[in-house]
Design a protein around this ligand. Structure first.
Ligand code: PDD
Length: 274
């Protein structure tokens, strides 16, 4: 049993008392959006950008959050002041609402939860190994609650002995199920896919950091580009920057954390702690 508090529709309550009626569209049809961000030493990381993306996702899904961004921010502050977790992950979710007909979006329910989530200040050397998989996420710009393919692919990943998959369409890569991908080319450009992806907030900050020292391009990347890259890495709120050590059984670069990825990791960690 957790002692965490949660918020459901503006009401603070113990998380184990937080519940939804079974006729909510998120339960019946998987119709809902969310966003996910962190606090480090009690400081919100990129909160404005996560709130903007949350409201963007809601509007694209034709859902009315029923509250202003300021109100949602107030609710987050209320939750944080009660839970008192300085290093945490916060999830804000908006559901399709209770629908007796099973398909009409009604009054969305807002759920805010918080978990203890520690920040690592070490360079992530373990990274990730990938297997490519042909798939395009539905409504890729929107952060929906749909992670069906990621969960369904667990046995595929186990069979391939990899830690994650890389989605592609006709060998043009898009992203991993929960992160964005970058490559460092052999002529030291940093390239990341531009289309049919979720525009990650970490991705945006890494682009800004990388632009100080490198040429950065947002454009199509193929599986062959990744295989031939000097380095590759993924970015997300959870992983920050993690090197890609292998794709489809082929080592990327030297198969270890590369110098440029390390440099970007250091700069991102510095900026998160500042
Ligand atoms: N995932 N692409 C997808 C499909 C994602 O779900 C995520 C985030 C990202 C990276 O976005 P950001 O840098 O804003 O976290 C890219 C979160 C972390 C999750 O599912 O838990």
């Amino acid at each position: 049993m957790s002692n965490n508090f949660a918020i459901v529709n503006d009401t603070l309550m113990p998380e184990d008392k937080a519940s939804l009626q079974v006729n909510d569209l998120v339960i019946q049809r998987g119709y809902g959006v969310f966003d996910f961000f962190r606090t480090i030493n009690g400081k919100f990381i990129y909160l404005d950008e996560h709130l903007d993306r949350f409201f963007y996702s809601a509007s694209k899904m034709r859902m009315d959050p029923g509250r202003s961004k300021e109100k949602v921010r107030e609710l987050i502050n209320e939750l944080v002041s009660v839970n008192k977790f300085p290093d945490s992950a916060i999830r804000i979710m908006l559901t399709g609402g209770f629908a007796d007909d099973g398909y009409t979006v009604t009054k969305p329910n807002l759920i805010i939860t918080q978990r203890v989530f520690g920040m690592t200040t070490e360079n992530d050397e373990t990274g990730t190994t990938l297997a490519s998989y042909e798939h395009q996420r539905q409504l890729p710009h929107i952060k929906t609650v749909d992670y069906i393919m990621m969960i369904w692919l667990r046995p595929f990943m186990n069979k391939k002995l990899v830690t994650d998959v890389l989605y592609h369409q006709d060998r043009i890569v898009t992203e991993c199920p929960r992160s964005n991908i970058f490559i460092v080319t052999r002529d030291l450009r940093i390239v990341t896919p531009a289309d049919n992806i979720l525009k990650g907030i970490t991705r945006k900050h890494v682009i800004d950091i990388a632009k100080k020292d490198f040429m950065v391009e947002e454009k199509n990347v193929t599986i062959e580009d990744v295989l031939y890259a000097k380095e590759a890495f993924i970015t997300s709120t959870t992983r920050q920057i993690a090197p890609v050590l292998e794709l489809d059984g082929t080592e990327i670069g030297n198969g270890i954390l590369g110098d440029i990825t390390r440099q970007l990791q250091n700069e991102l960690i510095k900026s998160l702690l500042s």
